[in-house]
Ligand binder design. Sequence first.
Ligand code: FAD
Length: 479
Amino acid sequence: MAGTSESEKRFRFVVVGGGIAGVTCAEQLALQFPSEDIALLTAAPLVKTVTNFRQVSKTLQDFSVEEQPASILEEKYPNLKVIHSAVKGLHAKQHVLQTENRQVFHYEKLCLCSGARPKLLIPDNPNVLGIRDTDSAQEFQKHLSKAKRMVVVGNGGIALELVYEVEGCEVIWAIKDKAIGNTFFDAGAAQFLIPSLEADKPEKALPCKRTRYTTASKDGSGELGSALGPDWHEGISLRGTEEVSHRVHVEYECEIKTIYSQREGLQTVRTNSTDIVYAHLTNGKTFGCDFIVSATGVVPNTEPFLHGNNFELADDRGLKVNEHMLTSVPDVYAAGDVCTAGWEPSALWQQMRLWTQARQMGWYAARCIVADVLEEPIELDFCFELFSHITKFFNYKVVLLGKFNAQGLGSNHELLVRCTKGHEYVKVVLSGGRMMGAILIGETDLEETFENLILNQMDLSSYGEELLNPNIDIEDYFD
Ligand code: FAD
């Protein structure tokens, strides 16, 4: 690095974003080019690092994530400089970035990993919260500790986890679909999970070996922090003021139409004298509550980079990247929640803005930058061959493989289901006799065998329903 003035610096490689994608990318670059200085610019004071990485099977990965001070990363990689400053502008033609504290960074290759932020129903209403980072989770906890009733809008992973974890506060859960957890499950799996919402939670959750946060508080400057991941609620109490364990009421096939701060003239279905805000749903019902959580998905954080540059954006507003994680702007790569895969995906993979994919994309983007600089060929990484995700919902282990919800298969598929109430739910998606995807809830021990069957696309027509016969040891069968 050769500094040209105090506020102007030159790095061959610059990565923006201290989340999983950015940190993984910067670490890889630091390893690959030990004699080059790499800059990691990030808006938040803490960075996320992957620890306890475990390859569960060919494509399933499990790991812990820790929020750490940047110095730990710098100690590990002496050629990696972490700069705590938000980027406010990009002049891609000149290969220059500007930060909020008036520093200018010249780069040769840039990787944007600025993540995404929650789509908020109403951006500036103090009683409508989104959960994204440590700060917003703490704000949520503050509201919850005084609440009797909250309305949750959204049906993805965050909403699912929230309604299950919250105790001592009635939850009105408004979802636009016919079944809960539509992003991850079908109606059958939803039915399997619903009783967990009605039962008291187990005294102590089973030990979970994934994420642990060292939650250091930020300075409240409103900076953009990294997205939380699984177990974001670990270490914070999710209790309202009531004595109940769970009280969840689901309103299906509706969204919020209007939010009122006054009760006057409203026919509320449920109300307390202490209600602060009223959610009027598209099904005509109005609920009074203490606050509303908007968990309706995320929007990629692209704004600081768009002005004056010619980025191609996808329909979901992500930076479109090709099979080398390169955006439409020369020398600018992107990875993680901020980007949208623009390549023709494998028949068994889809992008979902998840932790695992942020790590995989960050890692692969670095490999692509290396290949580009060294003028070497590189093929799309194997991890993009098969979608796979391991997580926990309602205290059950959940494994999702391939086209687990028959995504994109139209009517050209059949389903096999095995379900033991309170124990396990297994669903297999078949198309033309070949396994295309699976949902495994509970300790099924089927993930490796099913992953192999999906990857090798063996014709399973002759097995029929025997495939899920609990009396057959399927692992031995296909050995
Ligand atoms: P992020 O982690 O969001 O990191 C973005 C980084 O960019 C941050 O460091 C930020 O400070 C920085 N930044 C932003 N703008 C700028 C700027 N202008 N200049 C400089 N730096 C900037 N995934 C799962 O797989 N499983 C789960 O169970 C799960 N649960 C979740 C629960 C919650 C509550 C949330 C919010 C998300 C959850 N996710 C889950 C999603 C997962 O956390 C994200 O997909 C993942 O963290 C994305 O990583 P990333 O590195 O792309 O972005």
